[in-house]
Design a protein around this ligand. Structure first.
Ligand code: C2E
Ligand code: CA
Ligand code: CA
Ligand code: CA
Length: 277
């Protein structure tokens, strides 16, 4: 029993060590990553069910580092948040996404929308709104084509500057999108409290349809509720034809997921949209 205990201990401590080392290395490498141009934005198309065409994309960050290889956002975003590096990295995302949006709109003579993720820490940047405004005018993009995706995590921190920032975002004409809807506890009250334009149904619900009846009911209810509040509904993580068919029946506005496209590089998106027109 003694041996077993020691083995268990060394097993956990080894695993813990590896995890901490990895975290440390990510943090270490992240410091110079912007300067070394290691971050790239990929774009995942959002498909309008009624219009039967792509009307926008979500920008998703990718990081390749020579020492670490590819690091996924689920791994590096929390560390960027923790260290505060999400502020310069987030600014890079906004600049890059808007500059590409301008190029994309010009190339296709179509007013696509660009959805950008914002995490809680980015709201501590007092110049965030100023930076967004400047980036919009520099890239010659109208505010209504920018959509900011936030999760409940942003709203729950309950700080007054976040309240002010959300009000200002709406006043500027920028769209506000509630990401990962359904995964939290009180997203409903936030939907009423702030001027949200878009609701994204979390992919954990979408993965259950059409086979899981409870998930179908939930998705149905969420869409109806969102529409009664005047919101545009996006289904995330749509992977199959069957999911698309049901979402179409339920009146979902936009769908996003591997069924249409994975997140793709800018150049590929420029070509992709052509083939869908
Ligand atoms: P999210 O905002 O919920 O983004 C959706 C995630 O689902 C993306 O993962 C996307 O690649 C993935 N996805 C899309 N369609 C499908 C599908 O059909 N099936 C499955 N299984 N997955 C699908 P990704 O790119 O790895 O990003 C993970 C998370 O990292 C994002 O979740 C977001 O919270 C965060 N993130 C990514 N880029 C940024 C960024 O620029 N800024 C901030 N603050 N967060 C970001
Ligand atoms: Ca998102
Ligand atoms: Ca999401
Ligand atoms: Ca998510």
């Amino acid at each position: 029993a003694k041996d077993l205990g020691r083995n268990t201990y060394s097993f956990f401590s080894k695993k813990m060590n590896t995890m901490m080392l990895r975290r440390f290395e990510i943090e270490e490498q992240m410091h110079g990553a912007l300067e070394r141009n290691e971050f790239v934005l990929y774009y995942q198309p959002q498909f309008d069910v009624k219009k039967q065409k792509i009307t926008g994309v979500e920008a998703l960050l990718r990081w390749y580092n020579s020492a670490l290889g590819n690091v996924t956002p689920d791994e590096f975003i929390p560390i960027a948040e923790h260290t505060g590096l999400i502020i310069p990295i987030g600014r890079f995302v906004i600049k890059q996404a808007l500059s590409f949006l301008n190029e994309w709109q010009n190339a296709h003579q179509q007013k696509f929308t660009m959805a950008v993720n914002l995490s809680p820490r980015q709201f501590r940047d007092k110049e965030l709104l100023g930076f967004i405004k400047d980036s919009l005018s520099e890239s010659n993009v109208n505010a209504e084509y920018l959509e900011l995706e936030i999760t409940e995590g942003v709203l729950m921190s309950g700080q007054s500057h976040i309240h002010d920032a959300l009000v200002e975002i709406s006043e500027l004409g920028i769209k506000l999108s509630m990401d990962d809807f359904g995964t939290g506890y009180s997203s409903l009250s936030y939907l009423r409290q702030y001027a949200f334009d878009v609701l994204k149904i979390d992919q954990s619900f979408i993965s259950g349809i059409p086979l899981n009846k409870a998930d179908c009911e939930l998705v149905n209810t969420i869409i109806a509720m969102a529409h009664s509040l005047g919101l545009t509904v996006v289904a995330e993580g749509v992977e199959t034809k069957e999911q698309l068919t049901l979402l179409e029946e339920l009146g979902c506005d936009l769908v996003q997921g591997y069924y249409f496209s994975k997140p793709i590089p800018a150049k590929q998106l420029l070509d992709f949209a052509v083939s869908y027109k």
